[in-house]
Structure formats: C-alpha cells, structure tokens
Write a protein that binds this ligand. Structure first.
Ligand code: CA
Length: 231
C-alpha cells in the first residue's frame, strides 16, 4: 500500500465532508478541512497538503476559479469532486489543471483508488524514462518502443503520440483537447475526429478485443485514459 498523505478537503456540505473524512482516515490519511474557497486557499499555504479534494460548488466562489491559483501555489494533486453531471465542466476542470475528477455521489473505494493512483504518480514523476507493462503490452517511452507479447508494434507517429501522452499519467483522464494540443498542436485542439482515428488504430493494434477496449478507455464526452487495471 502507498504511504499516507495529507489531504485537504474543500467542501461546504457537512455530510459529504464527514463521509470523505471517515473514508480517508480509515485509509490512514491525515485530513484537513475547509468549508469555503477562502479558507481552502489559506489552509493550502499553512498545511501544504499532498492532495486537494475540491468541490466545485462552494458558497463564496466557483471551484473552477480556484484550480489555477492552487496549481500556481503548490504541487498538490488536485482532484475535483463535483455534484454536477455537466461534462463541459469536467473538461474545463481538466483543462485548467485538475488531475482528475469524481462525480457525486461517488464510491469511496473509487475515491481511494484515485488517490492511490495520484500519489503513485507524484513519487514516479521524477523518473523521466517511463516503462509500462499493461498485460501483454509493453510501452517504453525512453526508446519509443511498443511491444505486444514479444512482437514490436508499428504505430503511426500520431498513434504513438497519443499513447505516449496517456502513458505519462496512467489511469488519469485526459480531455480530448488536452491530447489534441499535445500531439497535433493548439490549432487542431477541436479535431476530435483526428483523435478518434488514432485511438481506433491503437486499439486495433493493442487491444485483445478492439470493440471492447480495456487499455484505452473512453471517458464519455470527456476524453480517454490508459487503464492499468486489468480486471
Ligand atoms: Ca458544495
């Protein structure tokens, strides 16, 4: 299991705060709580948390407005916790710099899994050459090499670009625009059709059943994630 982390909850709903605190403390994490945006920002400086769980519907400010200031002030992993079903808002949160999001009501096991993933990335971010083994697929970013079983897989430059981008942070969701900007450039950030073609190619080459992808997973209307969970 991963080491315990200090987690700042910024959430005005007392019931949800209690629920989060209980689950996080059970998992061995230290918890600090804020009920407003203003209190959250001041605790950020004082407590220096490893992870921030940010509610988007706060009484004094929209949580979306806090993402960039939090990003600018600390290296904490930022998970947005939102009641809103609005996918545009999730995309906005990711584009502003949030690492991931959870939609209320959420499963506490899922929350803890996301936090474990986030903490694993923090500790591995110093290593520049990423090697991943996902079932029978091996990705070696340092050598731009992708294998399936013992065979080298030939990817187009864009397919490789998309895979490498997702592999930088496995299990994290990347918005369509995020991936498009990184691989195709700013001007093409709306060309979801380009991205779909690359993802289809990747799935055909890497998935055991391309019609039921388990490696490159859709986040409906938001983006994609590279899944390391083999279940
Ligand atoms: Ca709220």
């Amino acid at each position: 299991m991963n080491a315990a982390a200090k987690i700042l909850i910024v959430e005005d709903d007392a019931h949800i705060r209690r629920l989060l605190r209980a689950a996080l403390q059970r998992a061995g994490h230290a918890v600090v709580e804020a009920t407003t945006a203003r209190e959250g920002m001041s605790l950020l400086d004082i407590e220096k948390p490893d992870v921030v769980l940010l509610d988007l519907g706060l009484p004094d400010r929209d949580g979306l407005e806090l993402i960039q200031p939090i990003r600018g002030r600390c290296a904490a992993t930022l998970l947005v916790v939102s009641a809103r079903e609005d996918t545009a808002e999730k995309v906005a949160a990711l584009d502003l710099g949030a690492d991931d999001y959870l939609t209320k009501p959420f499963d506490t096991e899922e929350l803890l899994a996301r936090i474990r993933t986030a903490l694993r990335h923090r500790s591995s971010e110093q290593e520049p050459d990423v090697q991943l083994a996902l079932g029978e697929v091996k990705i070696d970013l340092a050598h731009r090499r992708v294998q399936r079983g013992s065979e080298d897989v030939h990817l187009t430059p864009k397919e490789y670009g998309v895979l490498a981008e997702l592999a930088r942070k496995p299990d994290r969701v990347f918005s369509h625009a995020n991936i498009l900007r990184a691989v195709w450039g700013e001007a093409q950030q709306d060309r979801v059709d380009y991205l779909r073609i690359a993802v289809r190619g990747l799935r055909q080459k890497l998935e055991s059943d391309p019609s039921r992808p388990r490696l490159i997973v859709n986040e409906l209307a938001v983006g994609y994630r590279l899944s390391t969970r083999n279940d």
